[in-house]
Design a protein around this ligand. Structure first.
Ligand SMILES: [Zn+2]
Length: 316
């Protein structure tokens, strides 16, 4: 019986090799198929192949060159929020088509297509949760939905999130990624910039903390409003951050722009960004900043203060 099974096993293994020889699959073909299957991931920066599972474990940051691959809103929430503490807000806010806008196709059809393809209702997720046991209000934009463009739903969800945070005296963190305002909603999308900014002003008047995290890419109306209004502005390494596109500026100024123009690193140099934080350090950095901003001294931030003052004494 055992012998039979063994010989069947050997035979199937032999068949497998024979089939492979017959089909003539080369190593590189197999590799490409496995990349297509999502088993392996080829880094767009350094070209190194990483097992997708390992890349996910490293928060989609290339272990070889540190390239930050794009992550969707669900993944980002998982990375930042403590398990079982996420409570979404306004999950069912649907976009409408008030202008009856049509370019190559009707805006209403475009919305439906993206909803089916991406599985989101619009381009932002908002909610309350905990970050290393500290309560926060978090908004995460999703580039997969119409390039993270800011229409009425994105504006309204973020405004309601900030208002709820002000009421509860929670800090606000918004992970930004956007191609800018959603032109299909015309003036209504531009209005969101003022609406969110006004809510943030009230949050600041209440002496509460707001930290935007700028990820690749953060551009247009988002940069021109809430992305730049943080008490502290963090960015991911090498993220493109700007208002107008590079080509438009070059054509207007009629001069060549430097290589690192509109990168997080260049913005840090010029004081538009306060710190560049690797995604693998983001959760702890945010928790530390929020804890330092707490009005009442807790054991945790007392320890942080102590270690900071000790290290600065050391430097002096
Ligand atoms: Zn890489």
């Amino acid at each position: 019986m055992a012998n039979n099974e063994e010989s069947r096993g050997l035979k199937s293994l032999f068949d497998w090799f024979a089939n492979r020889r017959k089909s003539g699959t080369t190593n590189s073909e197999r590799q490409e198929r496995e990349i297509a299957d999502g088993l392996w991931h080829k880094c767009p920066k350094c070209g190194v192949l990483t097992y997708t599972k390992d890349l996910k474990a490293n928060q989609m940051v290339c272990t070889e060159c540190g390239h930050h691959n794009r992550v969707d809103s669900d993944e980002r929430i998982k990375q930042l929020i403590d398990t079982n503490t996420w409570q979404p807000i306004d999950d069912n806010l649907h976009p409408t088509d008030p202008l009856g806008f049509r370019d190559r196709k009707a805006y209403s059809d475009r919305i439906r297509e993206y909803q089916e393809k991406v599985g989101l209702i619009d381009a932002v997720k908002t909610g309350l949760g905990q970050i290393n046991s500290l309560p926060i209000a978090l908004g995460v934009m999703d580039f997969r939905f119409m390039g993270g463009s800011m229409g009425s739903v994105v504006g309204e969800k973020l405004t309601r999130l900030i208002e709820q945070a002000t009421q509860r005296r929670y800090p606000v963190v918004i992970v930004c990624t956007s191609g800018g305002a959603r032109m299909q909603e015309g003036m209504l999308s531009l209005m969101q910039m003022a609406k969110i900014s006004a809510a943030l002003q009230r949050h600041q008047d209440a002496r509460l903390l707001y930290i935007p995290v700028l990820t690749n890419p953060t551009t247009g109306g988002v940069t021109a409003s809430f992305a730049m209004l943080g008490d502290l502005i963090l960015a991911e390494p090498k993220a493109t951050i700007g208002f107008a596109g590079r080509r438009v500026i070059e054509q207007t100024l009629r001069e060549k722009l430097p290589e690192d123009f509109q990168t997080a690193e260049d913005l840090l140099k010029h004081g538009f960004v306060d710190e560049i934080v690797s995604r693998t350090q983001l959760k702890n950095t945010l928790a530390q900043l929020i804890s330092l901003h707490q009005p009442m001294p807790t054991t945790q931030n007392m320890m942080v203060w102590e270690s900071m003052s000790l290290s600065s004494t050391g430097v002096d």
